[in-house]
Design a protein. Structure first.
Length: 105
């Protein structure tokens, strides 16, 4: 009996990553007990693309939101999207921006 293992290389399977958003714990703590939500202003958007062997192609966005009024907190919200979801989001935003710009007041 041969004790040799298979010599052929088996391709590594990529794990299908879901579309996800990540919120920092500090954001939860910034919402007062008596209120259901907190109004934050979008300060900046940054992003990058990656293609990691384990996760496959991915679009990663970093949304920085900040407190309004007297409070000065800033929070980073992460968004990881598969390329098809990123394209769909871009198309939806473009369509909505066109409608908003062309609507009459």
């Amino acid at each position: 009996m041969s004790k040799e293992l298979t010599t052929g290389k088996v391709p590594m399977r990529t794990r299908r990553r879901r579309n996800a958003m990540t919120f920092p714990r500090e954001l939860r703590e910034a919402i007062p007990e008596l209120h259901a939500a907190r109004d934050l202003e979008l300060d900046s958007i940054d992003g990058r693309s990656s293609n990691i062997v384990f996760f496959g192609p991915l679009v990663q966005l970093k949304l920085v939101v900040k407190e309004t009024g007297k409070l000065k907190g800033r929070f980073v919200i992460g968004m990881d999207l598969q390329p098809d979801a990123a394209r769909e989001l871009a198309a939806t935003l473009t369509k909505l921006a066109d409608v908003a710009q062309n609507s009459q007041v």
